[in-house]
Design a protein around this ligand. Structure first.
Ligand code: GLP
Length: 250
């Protein structure tokens, strides 16, 4: 795609509705797992991805595929909450997809919710991904402000896994739901933007009118750390999967 002087290497797929969105994404994940049975697949949590994860499990019941050597990697995690909290990324991925696919704990790589040494935990996490040959496929959600994982605007493009601030609306919701007192800091631990760019294939998924402006900036706005997702334009194999509403401003 080309606009003005700028080349955009992203492949953009727009589908008619939410069902097509979930099914298309689910088949991308299954296609990867079938093509390479020891694939390493990175997944994101949130409203965008829940149903596509459940769709993967649903399809696997009808049309089973081998998941015994598959590794699932969580892109990010909430810090200072119990792992069993329903909004923790570990529990979300576990209930949405990894349990349903029979993925063992050993093949389910997550950053911890609690640690006395997060920099060390981050290094161990990226080392574990590298030891398995890196991510074959990474599915990323998109923030309305352009965030990827917990990498908020202003995060350096060359960041590696780290502990970041959470955006205020999510911070308040999680604090309320977990009844975490004000004196305990809530943040997010996340793969860095550089780690994400090292995945061999990326699919950015976004649905709904509230994501349309962020999608537009990602595709056509300045290549800038102020809109972290714009870095995906530099990735050699990045697909953007959108419903019509998220694609409305392209
Ligand atoms: C959250 C998560 C991200 C996710 C994004 C989109 O903050 N940390 O991993 O991709 O926001 O969430 P949603 O799909 O609910 O809009």
């Amino acid at each position: 795609m080309r606009r003005g002087n700028e080349h955009v290497a992203m492949k953009i797929t727009t589908v008619v509705d939410e069902q097509a969105f979930d099914a298309t994404a689910a088949w991308r994940i299954i296609g990867q797992a079938v093509a390479k049975r020891d694939s390493v697949i990175g997944l994101s949590t949130g409203r965008t991805t829940g149903n596509m994860h459940r769709k993967v499990v649903e399809i696997s019941k009808v049309s089973p595929f081998d998941t015994s050597a598959l590794t699932i990697v969580g892109v990010d995690e909430v810090v200072n909450v119990p792992r069993e909290y329903a909004g923790a990324c570990y529990t979300m991925l576990k209930t949405e997809i990894t349990d349903g696919l029979g993925i063992s704990e050993e093949n389910f790589l997550m950053l911890p919710t609690k640690s006395s040494d997060f920099p060390k935990a981050c290094r161990e996490f990226t080392d574990a991904i590298a030891a398995r040959g890196g991510m074959d496929l990474l599915i990323l959600g998109l923030g309305e402000n352009g965030h990827l994982g917990f990498n908020q605007p202003g995060t350096p493009f060359d960041s590696t896994a780290w502990v970041s601030e959470m955006y205020p609306e999510l911070e308040q919701r999680i604090r309320r739901e977990t009844q975490t007192p004000e004196d305990i800091w809530l943040g997010g631990v996340t793969l860095g933007l550089k780690d994400m760019m090292h995945a061999r294939r990326i699919i950015l998924v976004a649905k709904g009118r509230n994501k349309a402006e962020s999608v537009r900036k990602m595709v056509y706005g300045p290549l800038s750390e102020e809109h972290p997702a714009s870095i995906l334009r530099l990735h050699p194999d990045c697909e953007v999967l959108l419903d019509r509403e998220a694609a409305a401003l392209l």
